[in-house]
Design a protein around this ligand. Structure first.
Ligand code: NAD
Length: 316
């Protein structure tokens, strides 16, 4: 049974990503209780104190404290943002073996508490780490998922919104596949309001398809550019995690592209990969079955093959 009556989040990893998420949660009133766990207990405690001191100015009250894995037993959601970070010049897949061992040991400790809630992964490479979490938690796959391409899709919506001069809330466009170099946009499924994006481009002289390709490349390489300039990325992912958390606790049935377990999906089988899914208090209600053209099908299969190869190479 899911612990779906508690709006309690346990966050494992009080680093830059974890604390950006925590800060977004406090500012948006995303939960009732927030427990911080980190290898460095002092850091978790300091962060909990600092965040709590802003509560007087937050939209709602919240219990925030540093804790340990026992606190997971009645949590509705555990978010994992612990692990080594992507270094300059390092791909997300380089991080694989280092983080897989960390995630396995963290998940075992979470499960030993009697945890029955939803497990949300953000440690990179996120699709593979979500698979590791699923494998060692033995929770149903609807209760284990990763941030996947939620951040990448937000980046895409932002850039398209600037290009077309349309509110990003009316830009319905998704990046799917691996959260990494083989991800890609589903252009033929994208719409601006109710109008297909490709029609909008065709009908306006000032827009063209070459620009769409540049936008895609900017989205795909955004993390590399930010890391080059400020060493790591964290605000965007913090807000994406907060958005997912609210979809869970508000039982909102929101469509968000996340790393989900798919079976026989355009040739990608029994693994985690980025796809839009309906999210509610039970976790993943449904992975959207999208009609992809042949080019997108091939790109999706390629992305799945890359992830599969690394899963097979993993030494845990
Ligand atoms: P960070 O170094 O700032 O923080 C990591 C934290 O994890 C540290 O506080 C560290 O003490 C803690 N930690 C390490 N091992 C631990 C363990 N075994 N148990 C408990 N805590 C542990 O790193 P960051 O910038 O916050 O990044 C965290 C992860 O998020 C990285 O894997 C990074 O690649 C990933 N990330 C993902 C996305 C995404 O879109 N999925 C975006 C940005 C970063």
């Amino acid at each position: 049974m899911n612990n779906n009556d508690t709006r309690k989040v346990v966050l494992v990893g009080a680093g830059l990503v974890g604390m950006s998420y925590a800060y977004a949660l406090v500012n948006q009133g995303g939960c009732d209780e927030l427990v911080l766990i980190d290898l460095d207990y002092n850091k978790a405690e300091g962060e909990a104190m600092d965040l709590s001191h802003g509560l007087a100015y937050a939209p709602k009250d919240m219990k925030i404290y540093a804790g340990d894995y026992k606190d997971c037993h009645n949590a509705g959601l555990v978010v994992i943002a612990a692990g080594a970070n992507q270094k300059d010049g390092e791909t997300r897949l380089d991080l694989l073996n280092k983080n897989a061992k960390i995630i396995k040991s963290i998940v075992e400790k979470i499960m030993n508490s009697g945890f029955k809630g939803i497990l949300l992964m953000t440690t990179n490479p996120v699709d593979i780490m979500t698979y590791v979490a699923y494998k060692y938690s033995k929770l149903p796959h609807r209760q284990v998922f990763g941030s996947g391409t939620s951040l990448d899709s937000a980046r895409l919506r932002y850039l398209l919104s600037n290009y077309l001069n349309i509110d990003s809330k009316n830009v319905h466009a998704y990046i799917v596949g691996e959260h990494g170099d083989s991800e890609f946009p589903l252009w033929s499924n994208a719409s601006i309001g109710i109008k297909p994006l490709l029609d909008v481009i065709n009908e306006h002289n000032e827009f063209n398809f070459a620009d769409l390709e540049h936008i895609y490349v900017d989205v795909r390489d955004a993390a590399y550019k930010i890391i080059e300039k400020k060493k790591s990325t964290y605000y965007g992912i913090g807000m994406a995690l907060c958005h997912i958390t609210k979809a869970i606790f508000n039982d909102s049935n929101s469509i968000i592209p996340v790393s989900v377990y798919v079976e026989n999906y355009y040739g990608v089988d029994k693994m985690y990969i980025g796809m839009p899914a309906i999210i509610n208090r039970q976790g993943i209600r449904e992975v959207l079955k999208i009609h992809m053209n042949k080019v997108d099908q091939d790109r999706f299969k390629n992305s799945g093959d890359i992830l599969k190869e690394f899963i097979n190479k993993m030494d845990i």
